[in-house]
Design a protein around this ligand. Structure first.
Ligand SMILES: [Mg+2]
Length: 394
């Protein structure tokens, strides 16, 4: 029998979201970005509840959802996500991962229950400490100035990007910040060595020895964590590196996929801080299973969030429901990528409070409220699967 949360249609649209100024991502050598693409997906139900999610992609995910996912969701109960994850995991065999779809299903479940996801899952926190994630490579002088601004904005922590030709130039940036600002700001470092999108091979790959040298210097400088110091499948190298460290944590995982690989990362003792992303690495509720495995091993969870505002909200609800979350990634790199750039499609754009924390939205589901006018303006492509189109396909 059809329930009010029976799925009736899945619509996807590709958005080209503008940035306010040119942005030079540290992880994309030579690239100057003026916009970013995302695929917004809406899962419609009988009673009119709509589950919202988004992929970090152009058409490829929209096509994968249209072909491999949506036809198997029509007629199923959207508020029963664990009954549908097998479809999402199966789709991964034949197309790009569609982890983001679990967000839409839990959004329906939350809206049907009238509860935010974090409360359905046993809320641990109502707000989480956020760190300011930068995204460009900048000079020491500029970074000291940036950190003064970041502190004035209320952040307690910053993440820097290490991508210079000579890694000693990157270390000097941390030294300059420590010299000018002392311990007033916690520092994380991201080396983005785990893997890059195709086309960015100009990136300088660190050797194991470079990773050790950088890590020991960062430990001396009191840095919180070093992120992705080695390739994402170099399980032995990550463990050997971690074995040589004391206070410096090793973080990573945004480019690893699935509960099973995160279990492997935990069993092989690769990381202190696991960084799955509900858009990129595993379904949002599957991430709770990763968090539980991490908790049992005494490890922390700090999701990657640099995709779009919908992904940020999903990861935020997730960390608010687990006891072993660390600092929360909050992308903010003006002028090209201020925090608002990530969340332009939302009516309410997340920002930190006076303590540098992000409040967890108390609205049902993930608290995603779309700015429909903005979404319409940025739409460059549309896809729809419902009962009628399904009949046409079959
Ligand atoms: Mg990263």
């Amino acid at each position: 029998m059809a329930s009010p949360t029976t799925i009736t249609a899945v619509t996807s649209r590709v958005l080209d979201v503008p940035l306010p100024a040119p942005f030079r991502p540290a992880w994309g050598r030579g690239e100057v970005q003026s916009s970013y693409f995302m695929t917004l997906i809406e899962v419609h139900t009988d009673a009119g509840l709509v589950g919202i999610t988004a992929a970090e992609a152009r058409s490829e995910t929209a096509v994968a959802i249209e072909r491999f996912v949506a036809p198997h969701l029509i007629g199923r109960d959207g508020a029963a996500p664990e009954q549908l994850t097998a479809i999402l995991k199966g789709a991964e065999i034949v197309g790009p991962p569609v982890y983001c779809m679990e967000i839409a299903l839990w959004d329906i479940a939350g809206k049907a229950a009238g509860l935010p996801a974090s409360k359905m899952w046993g809320q641990f926190a109502s707000r989480v400490p956020a760190y300011c994630a930068t995204g460009e490579v900048r000079s020491s002088e500029q970074r000291v100035e940036d950190c003064r601004r970041i502190l004035a904005e209320g952040f307690k922590a910053v993440k820097l990007r290490f991508h210079s030709d000579d890694h000693r130039d990157d270390i000097q940036v941390v030294e300059a910040i420590r010299k000018e600002l002392g311990d007033r700001i916690a520092i994380m470092v991201d080396a983005n060595q785990a893997g890059l999108a195709p086309g960015f091979e100009g990136h300088r790959q660190w050797s194991f020895r470079t990773a050790v040298e950088v890590a020991l210097e960062l430990e001396r400088l009191g840095v919180v964590w070093l992120e992705e110091p080695l390739p994402r499948h170099d399980y032995d190298g990550l463990r050997r590196l971690r074995d040589r460290l004391g206070t410096l944590l090793v973080a990573g995982g945004e480019n690893n996929h699935g509960v099973h690989e995160f279990k492997l990362l935990i069993d092989r003792e690769c990381y202190d801080v696991l960084q799955p992303d509900a858009v990129l690495s595993e379904g949002v509720y599957q991430m709770r299973k990763i968090a539980a495995l991490a908790e049992a091993a005494g490890l922390l969870i700090a999701p990657h969030t640099w995709t779009h505002g919908i992904g940020l909200l999903a990861n935020l609800q997730l960390v608010a429901s687990v006891p072993n979350a660390s600092w929360f990634e909050f992308p903010h790199e003006p002028p090209g990528w201020p925090a608002s750039a990530l969340s332009q499609m939302l009516v309410e754009q997340p920002w930190i409070d006076a303590d540098g924390c992000l409040a967890v939205p108390d609205r049902p589901g993930f608290g995603i409220e779309l700015d429909h006018e903005f979404v319409e303006r940025c739409t460059v492509e549309r896809h729809l699967i419902d009962k009628r189109s399904l009949q046409a396909i079959r």
